[in-house]
Design a protein. Sequence first.
Length: 472
Amino acid sequence: MSEPVLDLALTRVRYGAHTALRDIRLRVARGEIVGVAGHVGAGKTTLALAAAGLLERAARATVEGRVTHPAGGAPPASYVFANPWTQLTELGGTVEEEVAVGPENQALEPPAIRARVDDALRTAEARDFAERIPRELSGGELQRVALASALALDAPLVVLDEPTAQLDPAAAARFGRAVRALAALGRGVLLVEQDLRLLADTATRLLVLADGALLAEGEPRSLLERLPPLDERLGALEAPCGLPAPRRDGAPALLDVRDLAAGYGAREVLRGASLSVARGSIAAWMGENGAGKSTLARAIMGLVPARGGSVTVDGTPLDALPVEARARHVGLVFQDPAAQLFGRTVREEALFGPRVLGLPRAAAVAGAEEALAAVGLTAELDANPADLSPQAQRRLAIAAAMASRPPMLIVDEPTAGQDAAGRAWIARALAAQAARGAAAVITHDVEFAARHCDAFVTFAGGQVSNIRAHSP
């Protein structure tokens, strides 16, 4: 076996009275890609944080056991968080300057910093937007910046926590190839993923966790093909599927967007985008990272000023309305749900929108209860949203947007990081929304779109390049 870069033996890891991991033994060698799968709450992120030496720094955990990095290094491990904003410093103005922060703190000479940054940007496919500002990037582009920032540290062990959650399918496939290239150069990789196909194609060995313990370990593809009997919460390794024909015809448009243009500063992102979403439908908005999908959603809500065009919801023009007035017509769930959650309890979070909009108390409570039931959070009414898993936070953000009963709902990457159970709850919530209005899902999850959406809109270069939607 090659030189080990991680030697971990954890007897138990606890968050207060809750045991997150128990009896985990793991060694990772140079050139090895160890995948980690498991249902939401299985302990995957806790294991990843422990492997990188970050657990007791990132969370209040009691750790029994040991974690060593035999290959050394300064640092011995680098980490890519599921939410890229968790690790971006914004100390530099541009992406290139952001990626340089790590090597600069290692006190390297300028030529060495330049070489590290160039290599990291190239490997992470972030070279094309190196001169842009991180806050102007899409979620998928930000994830590539976070990866580049980690790679620039040149650590022997790279720990990746849901690194492809917001990447489009082509970018995710290229990412898998980049990870294999890293391993070929002698890095050890620990890859936590809900994308079972990526694990099957990329990992050289796989661990499956369940309820904090090791459920199975072995060759990835053969192990994943046995997953439903092992743990149905994970879903199944399925063959890639294409998008079927739209399932509805003739319904009137509820959302109508015509020639919408928008951007950030001098940069134009949307260039005359036009589309509609039919009443009673769930539309999938798809396309590569940076194609303009999220910018369209923000422009519809008035969060990004439109530079031309029009938006109508259920016959009401939104163009002259302020953001708070548009909330009566459109609900929006961001890629990062934690950015829009601020209530002290789940119940309070779901009630906030209806109360701000002035709904009578009975109607507000009914809307909140209905929305929380749709996403499976009725048992968490008194929980603090900050204590929920990122996956449950996504579902709560959907419920909070639905509670005011807007006719149109737009949800950005709702299935990122979700296990089979979470995806099922999100599908139910979208179906409930479509039953009283319509929904649009910004997604790279082709399988979810194929199974649950009625219409498909493809974006490219800030425009709508293909619509397979309802007949007018």
